[in-house]
Every structure is written in C-alpha cells, then in structure tokens.
Design a protein around this ligand. Structure first.
Ligand SMILES: *[C@@H]1O[C@H](CO)[C@@H](O)[C@H](O)[C@H]1NC(C)=O
Ligand SMILES: *[C@@H]1O[C@H](CO)[C@@H](O)[C@H](O)[C@H]1NC(C)=O
Ligand SMILES: *[C@@H]1O[C@H](CO)[C@@H](O)[C@H](O)[C@H]1NC(C)=O
Ligand SMILES: *[C@@H]1O[C@H](CO)[C@@H](O)[C@H](O)[C@H]1NC(C)=O
Ligand SMILES: *[C@@H]1O[C@H](CO)[C@@H](O)[C@H](O)[C@H]1NC(C)=O
Length: 296
C-alpha cells in the first residue's frame, strides 16, 4: 500500500488504513483550556505541565530532540501505552518527553462496560470529531518550541490508534503552515474506523508529506491492537529485525507471543532505533522455515 521514499511501513500483520483526518475539517470544535494538557517528563519520572505561552520559562531543554507521546481512545495520563512509551523515552539522555493528555475528550469518562455496539460506535464517532482540534493544540506547542531552538526536524510524534491519527493531522498542519516537515511520525496501529480511504481525501491521509520519516506498525489482524506499542517497547530494549515483504498476511499466530527476528538477506532493525534511510513494507517475527525466509 505504502511504498514511498522516506516512508517505512512495518507490516507486522496486515495493512490497515492510515489516514489523517481531513484538513477541511480542521476548524473543529472549540476546546476548553483543560481538554489537552502537555506533561513534560524528567528522567526521574516527575512531570511539569507546559503550555505554548510559557515554553520559554519552562523546563523544556533548549535545542534537544523532542518526543510527543499520544495515546488513543479512552486514554488518560495513566493509561498503558502513554506510560510505557514515556518510560522508555525518559531513559534517553538530553531530550524532551512530552505526553499529550487529552483525557476529557478521549471517551473514557463516558465509556460504560454495558454499552452496546451502537452506543460504542456513537461514542467513538464523537471522540473522532475532536481529533483536528486536539492536533491544533499540539501544533501550537510544537510551534512554540522554536523559542527554545527546537526545529521541526527534531520533533518525533509517537501516536497509538486515534493518537496516531492526531499525529497525522499534526504532521499535515505543520507541513502546510511551515512549508517544512516534522522529523518523524510513528503510527502504532493507527485507528481505521472513519479513517478509510472512503472517509478522507487522499491529500489528507498520512503520507510521505506529513513528516520526513514515517514508520507505521500494524498489529490488529492476528495479534492485538495493543501489540503495536508492546512491540515498540520490546524493540526499544532489544534488537528486533524485520524483513522486506509482500503485502500478505501470515497465519502463524505464535508471533504474538513469541516475537523473534525474521531472517532474510537484509533484515532491518525496527522501532525507535530504525534506520531512517530505509523505505518499504517489512514483516517482523515470522519465520517460515519451509518457505522463503521471513516473507509472508
Ligand atoms: C484513567 O483511566 C482509567 C480507566 O481507563 C481510570 O481507571 C483512571 O482512574 C483514570 N485516571 C485518571 C488520572 O483519570
Ligand atoms: C461528545 O463528547 C463531549 C466531550 O467528551 C461531550 O461533552 C458531549 O456530550 C459528547 N456528545 C455526545 C453527543 O455524546
Ligand atoms: C467511512 O467509510 C465507511 C465505508 O465506506 C462507511 O461505512 C463509514 O460510514 C464512513 N464513516 C464516516 C464517518 O463517514
Ligand atoms: C535479533 O538478532 C540480533 C543480531 O542481529 C540479536 O542481537 C538479537 O538478540 C535478536 N533478537 C531476537 C528477538 O532474537
Ligand atoms: C511457508 O512457505 C511455504 C512455501 O512457500 C508455503 O507453502 C506455506 O504456506 C508458508 N507457510 C505460511 C504459514 O505462510
């Protein structure tokens, strides 16, 4: 599906839609000031809130690489993707780790276990209407980082599910506004409902124009939605290799519990420390010993 230069799609299981919300809808609803909160984490795991207005006097480290962590539906500052990815990033020296807490809009307050499919879909649809407005808040903060000598190329947005769709809108808005790209966007199993090609125009889907380097991890087909950030977490600590592949899904579910290097002539490391000069579709964790190695 995606095979463009400077864009890498790590095809873990199957290709899901990876579309950004339509820019035309960017106007979006007006938010309350407390709907989106930015938490700047230190290496000791404490945090301070940052706002675009007070970036200059904040603890944001000047000139440093800056990561944005955006969890998905029903998230808040304590949910697992946000915490896990943040915990990894704060082990890196000389960088800023900023968690985007959009809990008042993420649906977790309205969610009830008793909800039926129709109610869940309505809740989801409501949450997606806020995606452009949340992205606009993130864009404002990224723009304000220039006062700390942090160029767009130093910014890496890591989003899970709807958080990845927020990241996609952030990328396209920055490109439009600054005529310059974000350094990197990582999409961890980007949300697909309402983000199919039929739902948004081609110009507004996550594509090569949204960041200089884009890596996308699809995991929902055989494993689990959350496996995307679990694999990210594993690959942060351990060298995990993927192989170039055709867009086909394997049937070997053991990859979900037994992640292993794929073997081929030119495997690539996945995750945070991926080489940003590669491009294409890759497959990880599946080793077909009877067929072409590593190719699904
Ligand atoms: C975050 O959401 C979980 C449910 O997903 C809830 O149990 C927890 O209390 C929430 N935390 C905050 C700080 O809102
Ligand atoms: C949509 O979500 C917002 C914010 O969570 C809430 O205030 C509003 O009542 C919701 N609207 C509907 C129709 O559920
Ligand atoms: C997205 O497209 C699918 C498939 O055509 C459709 O069923 C769905 O209603 C669309 N969603 C929106 C929000 O338009
Ligand atoms: C993958 O291979 C590398 C060597 O290239 C090795 O260091 C690493 O431990 C392997 N990872 C797994 C999950 O087997
Ligand atoms: C492994 O490769 C063989 C030979 O190409 C093929 O017949 C088989 O279906 C593959 N196994 C899986 C699980 O894809």
């Amino acid at each position: 599906m995606l095979y463009v230069q400077n864009t890498v799609t790590l095809l873990i299981l199957w290709l899901f839609a990876n579309s950004a919300y339509a820019n035309d809808e960017f106007a979006g609803p007006i938010l309350n000031p407390t709907d989106v909160t930015f938490l700047l984490y230190s290496q000791d795991n404490s945090y301070t809130e940052v706002t675009p207005e007070f970036v200059e006097s904040s603890l944001v480290e000047a000139g440093a690489k800056t990561y944005f962590v955006i969890d998905g539906l029903y998230s808040n500052r304590t949910t697992l993707m946000a915490q896990t990815v943040k915990d990894d990033l704060i082990t890196l020296p000389n960088c800023n780790v900023i968690m985007v807490d959009w809990a008042p809009l993420s649906g977790y307050l309205a969610f009830r276990p008793s909800m039926n499919d129709l109610e869940l879909r309505a809740l989801y649809n409501n949450v997606t209407t806020y995606v452009p407005a949340i992205a606009r808040e993130v864009v404002n903060l990224i723009e304000s980082l220039k006062i700390k000598n942090i160029p767009l190329s130093q910014v890496h947005v890591i989003g899970f599910s709807l958080g990845a769709q927020i990241g996609a809108v952030v990328g396209s808005e920055i490109t439009k506004k600054d005529n310059e790209k974000l350094g990197r966007i990582t999409g961890l199993d980007p949300a697909s409902f309402n983000y199919q090609e039929e739902n948004v125009t081609a110009a507004n889907r996550l594509d090569v124009t949204d960041a200089t380097f884009i890596d996308i991890y699809h995991t929902n087909r055989l494993c689990d939605h959350r496996f995307s950030w679990k694999i990210w977490n594993l690959a942060f600590k351990k060298d995990i290799k993927a192989c170039p592949c055709k867009v086909e899904a394997p049937e070997d579910e053991s990859i979900c519990t037994n992640l292993r290097n794929s073997s081929c002539t030119s495997p690539v490391r996945i995750g945070m420390f991926i080489s940003t000069t590669i491009a294409g579709n890759f497959f990880v964790g599946f080793k077909n010993t009877t067929g072409p190695q590593g190719v699904a």
